[in-house]
Design a protein around this ligand. Structure first.
Ligand code: COA
Ligand code: AMP
Length: 625
């Protein structure tokens, strides 16, 4: 079927389309009901199906005679380590760790929080949870103890799985003190912590609560896959919303497995036995979907890379990994390639490597700016495919579905709607706009398999945040337009979320942290343009009257508190102390205008502004800054 035919079939007859996709995976009990609604009134897929995601990712391939194929390659330039795991080996590790979790009383439906660096044990822990029907919640290593504590309280994990440290280029980051602090901060107390001790730093373990991963595994048996319902949650992944409380996106087992399997062939065109590399982190949705689940469910080889695009040791490291492991498709974020381009603008390091197996590049996480698109295209001579998705959807909403049809890419566009996603651009009243006109991007319900089922323990927030804005639609929070050829252009968020080095951050959450400071009357955090990271957060702060604190001291304290409360990845670039903030007459802060001033762009004075003089003051201050 052509792309157009697949798209039409998925839109007009979703039940038949997704039944055919569901037939491609091995179920313990095949679903009879393909699409239905649950007791909360939300759509659900394959409600009466039974399966096990870890079985699909591991045992199934072994049963097909592919146990000696390489499942996972670990490449860690920061620790000078390389390792490979066949499907047989990975299954043994996973099954043993699943048994370890069972020995700590973890069973179906229990939560396990995973706070790990990019080591194979992160993927092993995720798959071990899936094996016994436990729900994992992976937290990115760059988040602070405070953020961890918020997630502990929300997910209430029986067990925390972690490692003694992470390695950031030259810097070693001990994880265990962060976990200890998070458990102290949290109201909910997990009963056990299982720590993988790395040679570089050994964590001290608290008797009775903390356990050594390797010691537990040395006496473990192999746990068998536990059947779960298709609609049982596989994982919770927290992502930034517009407030300080992150949202726990819930992904189920059945529809996720079907979507992952479909996407590997339809979008990435990757077959069993081929090597796929998503250069991301297991703490993000890209890591969940395309480092761990999709490549393994599809019987491919996945690469788990512990390093950075630059300085590990140089800007050729991506090309080295692609050449060394015969990577067929590489997926990363535009920020990574901007960092590479800055270090090696002529791409001389590419020439050192044989990239004859590398067929295409995929980018997501933020808009692929036309300059980076062109640079990559020119320097690699490969198709450069921008595709658009969110933690919520778990896989690409728009893409060039290369496995279906090798269509042209367009600079600045995230491609065409992926089969299953009925994308509409709506005005603020919910009416569809003309082609070429910008508006709110929404997806007509039902969402295809693989997308979020709800928000953990908060279905009201799911409905409020995504479904209630435009009746019958999921609202993405992104704005953009569709052109005459049906290509989608994502122009940015319509809410207070920013994207820093491919990491999603909430300016609202940063404002809450800043406002907590005793001397702050009010503040606004905006994402200013950054040539490498896309955006970086800066704050405008109004101090309370009669506070005896030097502005420089306040700036230092605010920068520190953002790092401590959210994490190093959220570091504030600039903090400006101002007399007042530009607002509308109804008291809304004019963030877009502030952003334009910070970025040195021209701006129009909004007709709703309370007092235009504030903008002049701001312009003078930031111009002089
Ligand atoms: N654990 C602990 N700390 C982490 C971390 C982790 N997993 N990841 C990042 N940090 C820390 C860094 O050490 C740094 O700390 P510092 O300010 O004390 O030096 C801070 O967070 C900012 O890190 P980062 O955003 O990675 O910036 P950088 O300047 O070190 O590197 C890039 C810049 C562009 C090379 C890097 O951001 C990058 O590789 N981005 C790609 C991200 C990506 O793939 N996203 C895909 C999501 S789909
Ligand atoms: P996350 O949930 O962290 O994956 O972030 C999702 C958000 O990142 C989206 O809502 C977009 O704002 C942005 N994003 C992701 N991919 C793209 C892309 N290809 N083009 C433009 N924006 C993107």
């Amino acid at each position: 079927m052509s792309y157009k035919e697949q798209y039409a079939e998925a839109s007009n007859n979703p039940t038949a389309f997704w039944k055919a996709q569901a037939d491609k995976i091995k179920w313990i009990k095949k679903p009879n009901t393909i699409l239905s609604t649950n007791s909360d009134g939300n759509y659900q897929w394959f409600e009466d199906g039974e399966l096990n995601t870890s079985y699909l990712a591991l045992d199934y391939h072994i049963e097909q005679g592919n146990g000696d194929n390489t499942a996972l390659i670990y490449d860690s330039p920061v620790t000078q380590t390389k390792a490979t795991f066949t499907y047989n080996e990975l299954k043994t590790e996973v099954a043993k760790f699943a048994h370890v979790l069972q020995s700590k009383n973890v069973s179906k439906g229990d939560r396990v929080l995973i706070y790990m660096p990019m080591i194979p044990q992160a993927a092993i822990a995720m798959l071990a949870c899936a094996r016994i029907g436990a729900i994992h919640s992976v937290v990115f290593g760059g988040f602070s103890a405070h953020e961890l504590a918020i997630r502990i309280d929300d997910a209430q994990p029986k067990v925390i799985v972690s490692a003694s440290c992470g390695v950031e280029i030259q810097k070693v980051i001990p994880y265990k003190p962060m976990i200890d602090q998070a458990i102290t901060l949290a109201s909910y107390k997990p009963s056990s912590c299982i720590i993988y001790q790395r040679d570089i730093v050994k964590a001290s373990l608290q008797e009775g609560r903390d356990f050594d991963w390797l010691k537990l595994c040395s006496s473990a048996e192999e746990a068998q896959p536990v059947p779960v319902n298709a609609t049982d949650p596989l994982y919770i992944l927290y992502t930034s919303g517009t407030t300080g409380k992150p949202k726990g996106v819930v992904r189920d087992n059945g529809s996720h497995a079907v979507a992952m399997n479909y996407s590997m062939s339809a979008i990435y065109g990757i077959n069993k036995g081929e090597v796929f590399w998503a250069a991301s982190d297991v703490g993000w949705v890209v890591g969940h979907s395309y480092i761990v689940y999709a490549p393994l469910i599809a019987g491919c080889t996945t690469v788990l890379f512990e390093g950075k695009p630059v300085h590990t040791p140089d800007a050729g490291t991506f090309w080295r990994v692609c050449a060394e492991y015969n990577v067929k498709a590489l997926f990363s974020a535009p920020t990574a390639f901007r960092a590479i381009c800055k270090e090696d603008p002529e791409a001389t390091l590419i020439k050192k490597y044989d990239l004859s197996n590398l067929e295409r590049l995929y980018l997501a996480g933020e808009r692929l700016d036309p300059a980076t698109y062109q640079w990559l295209k020119d320097k690699t001579d490969l198709p450069v495919i921008d595709h658009w998705w969110q933690t919520e959807t778990g896989w690409a909403i728009a893409s060039i579905p290369y496995g279906i049809e090798q269509m042209e890419t367009k600079a600045g566009s995230a491609g065409l709607a992926t089969p299953g996603y009925n994308i509409k651009v709506l005005d603020s009243s919910g009416n569809e706009v003309e082609k070429g006109e910008e508006g709110n991007i929404a997806i007509k319900l039902p969402l295809p398999p693989g997308c979020l089922a709800t928000i953990w323990q908060n279905d009201a927030r799911f409905k409020e945040g995504y479904l209630n804005t435009f009746s019958g639609y999921y609202v993405t929070g992104d704005g953009g337009f569709i052109d005459e050829d049906d290509y989608l252009f994502i122009m940015g968020r319509t809410d207070d979320i920013i994207n820093v080095a491919g990491h999603r951050m909430s300016t609202g959450e940063m404002e809450e942290v800043i406002s907590d400071h005793y001397s702050v009357a009010e503040c606004a955090v905006i994402g200013g343009h950054c040539p490498i990271k896309g955006q970086t957060p800066s704050a405008l702060v109004v101090m309370k009257n009669n506070i005896e604190l030097e502005p420089d001291e306040l700036i230092k304290e605010l920068k520190l508190s953002i790092r401590e409360k959210i994490g190093a990845i959220a570091s504030l670039k600039e903090v400006h102390i101002v007399d007042r903030l530009p607002k509308t007459r109804s008291g809304k802060i004019l963030r877009k205008t502030i952003r334009q001033i910070v970025d040195g762009q021209s701006y129009q004075i909004p007709s709703t502004i309370d007092d235009p003089v504030v903008l002049d003051e701001l312009q003078k201050l930031l111009g002089a800054a």
